[in-house]
Design a binder for this molecule. Structure first.
Ligand SMILES: [Zn+2]
Length: 432
């Protein structure tokens, strides 16, 4: 979706519905605003059910303070104004009380965003603003002071979080990845000790992500039925992954093989909430469709397709339970349920650098025999002979990760023993 064409009223209503739908606010908590080019602020209203809010419910607070709309503006609008006054580059603010961020807020801790590259890229270093009475000028000053110091994401003591951006989607992605970061750290600490990315690793990721492939001129008139089908399949599976909580709006890559020399891959940037077939990028003979930028993961997917003709689809994802294992540098034990072992076999644990600069090792470790891998501080990778089979593996992997984490307070998971595994291998004729 091209948000640039939306009126602030529609964009605010849509984004709030998304925040509510994904349980990142309650009916009464949270408020969003956009500052337009006239200096007028469009903001969500006070005391209106977040589950049923419509664009016509949005209030406009004019630059001179006049209020236009059917309702009163959010009672927290003073801090929105204070942020805009402190930072002219910020044109949208998202404030809400999502549970994992609230956990940090009430335990007075600042999340370290260097868990995965995306959470750091979006949030950088996060600030912590001391408590203030909701709706007060004092709270506005305390928050604005942090934004004035250059922070874009501020955890509010005993309250929630505020994220700013150059537009609403920017602020929203920042907010959503920060909640993912907090959720991941909380889950990871139940498992062990999370590891954070080093400066060198962050630099490696941003350097390799900027690789530009040679391009070719793409003619949509030449598109085959098979290509149309696969472009649509990618969009459907990405949106399904988002709805199922396996991806966030700004994380995750999907690709599918078209033929021996070409594959289709998701672009960057991309909002996984809404993906259109024309946005998907074709890579043919190592060249990229002109005018588009493929996902950061394009070269690692290319290496796997080149090495393994049987692999027809690859997914990189960042579901929160699997991510806890990823940041603790632990593999996910598949000796939980027979289904899990049959689909995933032994999940590989790869160092962070492997998908960026060690393709020979990557294609040795990820193969039809070992279709899934935990990437240290970089989520998980699954492969399959179709998008459906790769997606299914992703769901099974995340289920297993969640079950193992859930088993910790009740005594921990007891893996199926070696004889049971041998019997499964024999009964299902699995490759040794
Ligand atoms: Zn609040």
């Amino acid at each position: 979706m091209n948000y640039q064409y939306l009126h602030p009223r529609d964009e605010l209503a849509l984004t709030l519905a998304r925040i509510y739908r994904y349980k990142m606010t309650t009916t009464s908590g949270g408020n969003l605003s956009i500052l337009d080019e006239n200096g007028d602020m469009w903001i969500t209203p006070a005391r209106i059910d977040k589950g049923t809010l419509k664009p016509t419910d949005i209030v406009c607070v004019k630059k001179d303070g006049t209020i236009v709309g059917l309702h009163k503006p959010s009672s927290e609008y003073p801090f929105h104004r204070a942020i805009y006054n402190a930072r002219p580059d910020i044109r949208a603010v998202v404030h809400a009380h999502p549970v994992s961020l609230v956990a940090f807020s009430v335990s007075k801790k600042i999340p370290d965003t260097k868990l995965i590259p995306q959470t750091y890229r979006w949030n950088g270093t996060v600030a912590f603003a001391p408590y203030g009475i909701p709706g007060s000028e004092d709270l506005g000053n305390k928050i604005a002071e942090k934004f004035a110091a250059g922070y874009d994401s501020v955890v509010l003591e005993s309250h929630g979080v505020c994220c700013g951006g150059r537009n609403l989607q920017d602020a929203f992605q920042r907010f959503e990845t920060l909640e993912l970061c907090c959720k991941t750290e909380i889950k990871a600490r139940a498992l062990g000790e999370p590891t954070f990315l080093t400066e060198e690793q962050l630099q490696l990721e941003s350097r390799t992500g900027d690789v530009r492939l040679p391009t070719f001129e793409y003619d949509p008139e030449m598109m085959t039925i098979q290509e149309k089908d696969l472009r649509n399949q990618i969009c459907q599976f990405v949106e399904r992954g988002y709805r199922q909580g396996l991806l966030s709006g700004s994380t995750g890559t999907f690709s599918v093989r078209l033929d021996a020399t070409a594959f289709l891959i998701t672009p960057r940037p991309l909002d996984r909430f809404d993906v259109q077939p024309h946005e998907i990028v074709m890579i043919r003979d190592g060249r990229c469709e002109q005018g588009k930028t493929p996902s950061h993961a394009v070269l690692s997917h290319q290496a796997i397709y080149d090495a393994h003709p049987e692999i027809r689809a690859i997914i990189n994802a960042y579901p929160p339970n699997s991510l806890a294992f990823s940041v603790c540098h632990e593999t996910i034990d598949t000796r939980t349920l027979p289904e899990c072992y049959i689909f995933l076999r032994e999940v590989q644990l790869l160092p962070f650098e492997t998908t960026f600069n060690n393709y020979p090792e990557l294609v040795k470790r990820v193969s039809p025999r070992h279709p899934a891998a935990v990437l240290s501080n970089n989520g998980v990778m699954v492969t399959g002979d179709s998008l459906l089979s790769a997606f299914d593996k992703l769901e099974v992997l995340e289920c297993s990760a969640e079950a193992i984490l859930d088993s910790i307070p009740i005594g921990g998971h007891v893996p199926m023993d070696q004889q049971v595994i041998e019997d499964i291998i024999q009964a299902f004729r699995l490759e040794k």
